[in-house]
Write a protein that binds this ligand. Structure first.
Ligand code: FMI
Length: 279
């Protein structure tokens, strides 16, 4: 196998997407969540965390409650890592997110190879850096601002909840946001604005919001996007204009996957280089 043949890796990722016995029949949504959680630990002040290093391979990060269920995503990709040992996990996990978004009908997202896997746990970021879905707009802002995102980017990224579902045994929340959770679109924003959302306790005891028919859901954090006036402007724009959403999502997701990646010569993200460049 030719080292650096990303088209071959892409074909292998496309081949694992159909998973008839899993969730809604696709590995795509959980792969997008893996790419996001691998990257979203970034702290722009210290330069720590982020997608470089693939630190979620280590127990300390994999065991963060926010990462529950991502073992499925890592397991879907493991045979591909075995088939193409030259690709780093850090590249494979982020690339799989990009390939999955596009394959599910979403935009093409810019992606660059070059991340390097850390050999030890030295750079595992502390647990608790990812957002908590039971909280509101202040929390979401503080977490995403720490990564370097603004309000518009926060709303665009949240549009990924067009995909997939919540699992009671992972996050404690239950159900999908949209009727077709393996098709990328702006339906999530339309539903947020149009449906009536009713707060109820779910079967695990957490409060979430249900549509009048009761088959779709929203998280407390999703609801904060329509409660907060500055977020709501963007929800309305993205509900109205799918192309704008696709463009803005592609830009914000590409930026997310580059967090913590400081590239040296030839675009290779050496861990030592990233850390020293910040000192
Ligand atoms: Fe979301 N998510 N997400 N999400 N996410 C999921 C599933 C899920 C939160 C909470 C949350 C982003 C941001 C945020 C994405 C993509 C993205 C779940 C259910 C919860 C509770 C997990 C489960 O399996 O039970 C927030 C509110 C707090 C962490 C939040 O800020 C972002 C930025 C993205 C990518 C751009 C996807 C695709 C899923 C579906 C996963 C699946 O397994 O179906």
């Amino acid at each position: 196998m030719v080292s650096g043949d990303y088209e071959a890796v892409k074909a292998a990722i496309l081949a694992v997407l159909p998973q008839p016995g899993y969730d809604d029949g696709s590995a795509g949504p959980v792969l997008v969540r893996l790419a996001w959680h691998a990257s979203g630990t970034y702290d722009k002040k210290s330069g720590t965390g982020g997608s470089n290093g693939a630190t979620m391979r280590f127990h300390a990060e994999a065991a963060d409650g926010a990462n529950n269920g991502l073992d499925h995503a890592r397991a879907f990709l493991e045979p591909i890592k075995q088939q193409f040992p030259w690709i780093s996990y850090a590249d494979l996990w982020t690339f799989a997110g990009v390939v999955a978004v596009e394959a599910m009908g979403g935009p093409k997202v810019a992606w660059r190879a070059g991340r390097v896997d850390d050999k030890s746990e030295e750079y595992v970021p502390p647990n608790g850096r990812l957002p908590d879905a039971t909280q509101g707009e202040d929390h979401i802002r503080s977490i995403f601002y720490r990564m370097g995102f603004n309000d518009q980017e926060i709303v665009a990224l949240s549009g990924a909840h067009n995909l997939g579902r919540c699992h009671g045994d992972r996050s404690g929340f239950e159900g999908p946001w949209v009727p077709m959770p393996t098709r990328f679109s702006n339906t999530y924003f339309k539903l947020l604005l149009r449906a009536e959302w009713i707060k109820k306790k779910n079967s695990t005891g957490l409060e979430q919001f249900y549509s009048d028919e009761g088959d779709l859901m929203m998280l407390p954090t999703d609801m904060s996007l329509i409660k907060d006036a500055k977020f709501r402007v963007w929800v309305e724009k993205y509900a109205d204009d799918k192309d704008l959403f696709f463009r803005d999502f592609a830009a914000a997701f590409a930026k997310l996957l580059e967090l913590g990646v400081i590239r040296g010569p030839q675009g290779v993200a050496l861990r030592e280089y990233s850390v020293r460049a910040k000192l």
